[in-house]
Ligand binder design. Structure first.
Ligand SMILES: Nc1nc2c(c(=O)[nH]1)N[C@H]1C(S)=C(S)[C@@H](COP(=O)(O)O)O[C@H]1N2
Ligand SMILES: [Mo]
Length: 345
C-alpha cells in the first residue's frame, strides 16, 4: 500500500473543533419496525434503528480530523480526503443495539438490521501508527458530548481489545449501504465492529488512541456491563449474543396449514443450527440455515404441517461456539409468533 501523507497530530483536543453543535440534543431513538417487516437480507436505511445517547453531532467535514495517538511509534492525523484515498473494504454485517442500559434487558428486543459498511480497515491505520508492545486497547472517541440519564460526559468513548481491533472486519467507515453516512448515522466517519454490539461502533469518530488499560468512560463503566450467564461475572457489552427472529409468519397472520416459515439468526460467530417448535419447546424440528456472508445474519427456512387454528411458532438458534438462545427472560431469548393456520394450502 502506498503510504499516504500522514498529518502530524494537532495539539491536545484540537480535533474536537470540527464539532459544530448537537441536533437534536439529548437522547434519541428510532425504533426498528417489527421483525416481520425486516424481511430483506439487506435492511434499507429507512428500516434501520438508530440510537443516540447525548444528541447527534453536526460535524464540519472540512475541519474533520482523525487522530491516532497513544502507545504508538508514529502518532498521526488524517483528513477526510486522505482517509478516502486509502484502500477501502465493504463488509456485510449485522448491526444490533444492546438495548437501553437503563431498562430491563427484555424491554428492547430485536433492535437489529443487516447492512453493508464501507471504509478503511482499522488495522491498516494501526499498521501505519505501529503500536508499541504495551498497547492492549484501542480507545475510540466520538465528537458528541452532553448528558445521558444523569451522567455528564465530555465525549463518547469506547474501547476494543487490540486482538479484536486488528481483525480485518473492523472498519473506520464512511458509507452505509453504498451511501455516505448521514448525520444520525455518525457522519462523516464512524467505527464499525462487526460481530460486536452497536454500542462499540463509535459515531462521529475523531480519535483512536492506543492504551494499556480499559477506558474510564461512563459508556464503559456506568453503562454497558452485563452479568455473564455462564461465569456469573460482570463483562463488557462486547460480542453479539446468539439470537434469532421469525419474519414469516407475521403475528396474527392467516397462513396455509402447510407453512413455509422464514427468519434470521445471528451471533458473533456462525450460526450452525436453528430449531423450531409449535408445542412450546417440547419437540423441535431442524430448520435449514443459509451460510453466513462475512458478518451477516443467516436465513433459516423450513416447512411445517400445522393443525388448523391458532398456532405459536418458536425458533432457537445455536452457534458454532456452542451457545444457544435461552427460552425466556433474556435480551436474546427465543422469539415466538402466534398466528392462524387455515385448511387451504
Ligand atoms: N458517538 C456515539 N457513538 C455511538 C452512540 C452514541 O450515542 N454516540 N450510540 C451507540 C449505540 S448504543 C448504538 S446501538 C449504535 C447505533 O448506531 P445507529 O444509530 O447508526 O444505528 O451506535 C453507537 N455509537
Ligand atoms: Mo445501542
Amino acid at each position: 500500500m502506498a503510504v499516504p501523507n500522514l498529518l502530524d497530530i494537532p495539539e491536545q483536543d484540537a480535533e474536537r473543533s470540527a464539532f459544530i453543535e448537537l441536533d437534536p440534543t439529548g437522547f434519541f431513538i428510532r425504533h426498528p419496525p417489527k421483525p416481520h417487516e425486516l424481511s430483506t437480507f439487506i435492511t434499507p436505511e429507512d428500516k434501520l434503528f438508530q440510537t443516540i445517547h447525548m444528541g447527534a453531532a453536526v460535524v464540519d467535514h472540512q475541519a474533520w480530523t482523525l487522530v491516532i495517538d497513544g502507545l504508538v511509534e508514529r502518532p498521526f492525523a488524517l483528513s477526510l480526503e486522505l482517509l478516502k484515498q486509502l484502500p477501502s473494504r465493504t463488509v456485510t454485517s449485522v448491526h444490533e443495539c444492546f438495548g437501553s442500559p437503563l431498562k430491563l434487558a427484555t424491554s428492547a428486543l430485536w433492535r437489529v438490521g443487516n447492512v453493508q459498511w464501507t471504509g478503511v480497515p482499522l488495522n491498516a491505520l494501526l499498521k501505519l501508527a505501529r503500536p508499541l508492545s504495551q498497547a492492549q486497547y484501542v480507545w475510540s472517541e466520538g465528537l458528541d458530548r452532553g448528558a445521558f440519564a444523569t451522567v455528564e460526559a465530555a465525549r463518547y468513548q469506547k474501547d476494543l481489545p487490540l486482538d479484536k481491533a486488528i481483525q480485518e472486519e473492523v472498519l473506520v467507515a464512511y458509507e452505509l449501504n453504498g451511501k455516505l453516512l448521514t448525520k444520525h448515522q455518525g457522519a462523516p466517519v464512524r467505527l464499525v465492529v462487526p460481530g460486536w454490539l452497536g454500542t462499540n461502533s463509535t459515531k462521529w469518530l475523531c480519535k483512536l488512541s492506543l492504551q494499556s488499560s480499559r477506558v474510564p468512560s461512563p459508556f464503559t463503566t456506568v453503562f454497558y456491563n452485563v452479568r455473564d450467564s455462564g461465569s456469573g461475572k460482570m463483562r463488557p457489552v462486547w460480542r453479539t449474543d446468539i439470537n434469532s427472529m421469525i419474519v414469516h409468519p407475521a403475528p396474527d397472520a392467516m397462513v396455509p396449514a402447510e407453512l413455509h416459515y422464514k427468519g434470521w439468526a445471528w451471533a458473533e460467530s456462525d450460526v450452525n443450527a436453528v430449531v423450531v417448535s409449535i408445542d412450546s419447546g417440547q419437540n423441535w424440528t431442524d430448520a435449514v440455515v443459509s451460510a453466513r456472508v462475512l458478518f451477516s445474519w443467516q436465513k433459516f427456512t423450513g416447512t411445517l404441517k400445522l393443525p388448523p387454528g391458532i398456532n405459536t411458532l418458536m425458533a432457537r438458534a445455536t452457534s458454532v461456539d456452542g451457545t444457544t438462545q435461552p427460552l425466556t427472560g433474556s435480551r436474546n431469548h427465543c422469539h415466538s409468533v402466534t398466528f392462524t393456520a387455515t385448511n387451504d394450502t
